[in-house]
Design a binder for this molecule. Structure first.
Ligand SMILES: [Zn+2]
Length: 484
């Protein structure tokens, strides 16, 4: 069965709003933040007083009876013109006047209930009338998303943490969910602008045009340290999403890459690319600024505090951009002489997980290596391997090439040539195999092994088993021959 997924890209542009427009955007973001916190609170009130964990006796019993919690929620609601559900092509599924139940099988259908309740909000707080309805509805959708990630496990059985109420510096964007190409227009002075309802024509730096055939779907206005940006999601329905090029990995066309901290990337052909130093340089600058900020913590309202905080935010932004730029350059370089790149399937989460606590005979906590690892964790985050793998995949898609992710377990502990286990600690930088005499840099050994695994399409253990099995058959055949 062919699943129709459309090609989606995100293009980010700098916005140059006028001063009054900045004020409107800031005001809208602030009102949306309050709305977000209010809607989240509504959900928590219900959740905290009605839930009962499965297999457990509830320790916190609801003070309010359930029907009291439900009393403010009408049983039915009437569909208005706003908030109709649309299918993928923008055709409304529901129409004005439809009657929907708010409580389905004993559970509140929160998304539609809260969407319908926005009308009430606008009546009580008239300032919400100044916000475009799509933007306000998107706030409720964000709450729904955060809450469902918290209560319902995803396909891996994992849930994310309890959603947080957002402080002023943690809510920085609003989304127009139904933008089109027609919203990019020229104003009377000939500048290219984004036509945003309730805000007006916002001049934008249109540094790259929308590719032919792509349609603008949504636009998110983001407030960053150095101003405002818009992130446009564009879509082409003719191109299926991220079709991986069907290239079979072979000895000649494949390159294995080991990502690490001593060398950012070590290739199976022996070339190495070092960890970019600019991050370390900026880090010391950042640390100095942070120290100065800590001294000023006593008066957070002071102008000097705000200026310094903004400086730090800008530096963070600068570092992130430098890193991304460098990663793109590296990705193109790596693909210069190969068609397939094999990398470890980074479970970065596992890498940065805390070490298990060690308890000695007296019941005291002893050294578990966490302090050493914390330094390592920081470097891992600095290096942003997860982001790099995504960049690699994007570049591969653009070039019609391929990235294969292999199971990383044991790749640093085995000899790439004979699969003999050579145990190493993090400090052992050299790989010496007693079995076949292979002697090379440990990262190069890993890279070569990763390449080999990608070509056969197995992980270390299954490859080892397959080889032992093949050897056993050979020996068996030989013994049969001897007997004969
Ligand atoms: Zn070996």
């Amino acid at each position: 069965m062919l699943v129709e997924v459309n090609m989606q890209l995100t293009f980010k542009y700098k916005l140059k709003p006028h001063k009054p427009q900045c004020k409107i955007i800031d005001q809208t973001i602030e009102l949306c933040r309050r709305q977000y916190n209010f809607r989240l609170g509504e959900r928590f009130d219900w959740y905290d007083s009605t839930r009962t964990p499965i297999n457990a006796c509830p320790l916190n019993v609801s003070i309010l009876p359930v029907d009291v919690i439900y009393q403010n929620i009408p049983e039915f609601r009437v569909q208005t013109r706003d908030g109709r559900k649309l299918d993928g092509n923008g055709v409304p599924i529901t129409k004005k006047g439809d009657i929907h139940p708010n409580i389905v099988e004993g559970y509140v259908d929160w998304l539609t209930t809260q969407l319908a309740d926005l009308k009430q909000t606008k009546q009580i707080f008239p300032e919400y009338k100044e916000i475009h309805s799509q933007v306000l509805q998107d706030v409720v959708n964000r709450v729904e998303y955060a809450f469902s990630r918290f209560t319902k496990p995803d396909k891996n059985g994992k849930t994310s943490g309890r959603p947080r109420f957002k402080g002023k510096h943690y809510y920085n964007s609003i989304t127009y969910t139904q933008l089109t190409n027609a919203h990019i227009v020229k104003d009377e002075r000939g500048r290219i602008c984004l036509d945003l309802a309730k805000i007006g024509l916002v001049p934008m730096v249109f540094h790259r045009s929308i590719p032919n055939g792509f349609k603008v779907k949504t636009g998110t206005i983001i407030r960053e340290a150095d101003g405002y940006y818009v992130s446009l999601v564009i879509e082409d329905k003719r191109i299926p999403d991220q079709v991986e090029a069907e290239i079979l990995p072979t000895e000649e066309n494949t390159k294995g890459i080991d990502l690490g901290l001593y060398h950012y990337a070590f290739c199976s052909d022996g070339t190495e690319y070092d960890v970019p130093k600019f991050l370390r340089k900026s880090a010391s600058k950042l640390a100095k600024l942070q120290q100065r900020l800590d001294k000023k913590k006593s008066d957070k309202t002071a102008k000097s505090y705000r200026i310094l905080r903004n400086k730090i935010a800008k530096l963070h932004q600068h570092i992130a951009r430098q890193r991304l730029d460098w990663q793109f350059k590296l990705a193109y370089k790596l693909f210069e002489d190969c068609d397939v790149i094999a990398v470890e399937d980074l479970k970065l989460k596992n890498l940065i997980r805390r070490n298990r606590a060690k308890i000695d005979q007296d019941g005291k906590f002893t050294e578990n290596g966490q302090s050493a690892k914390s330094g390592l964790n920081k470097s891992f985050l600095d290096a942003a391997f997860g982001q790099f793998v995504n960049v690699l995949k994007f570049v591969a898609w653009k070039l019609g090439k391929r990235v294969i992710e292999v199971n990383p377990s044991e790749t640093s502990q085995h000899c790439w040539n004979c699969l003999n286990r050579v145990s190493k600690t993090l400090n052992d930088r050299w790989h010496d195999c007693d079995n076949c005499g292979e002697s090379l840099n440990r990262d190069e050994n890993s890279a070569k092994l990763i390449k080999r695994l990608a070509i056969v399409g197995m992980d270390v253990t299954s490859l080892k088993k397959a080889i032992t099995k093949a050897e056993a058959i050979v020996i068996e055949e030989a013994s049969v021959l001897c007997v004969a």
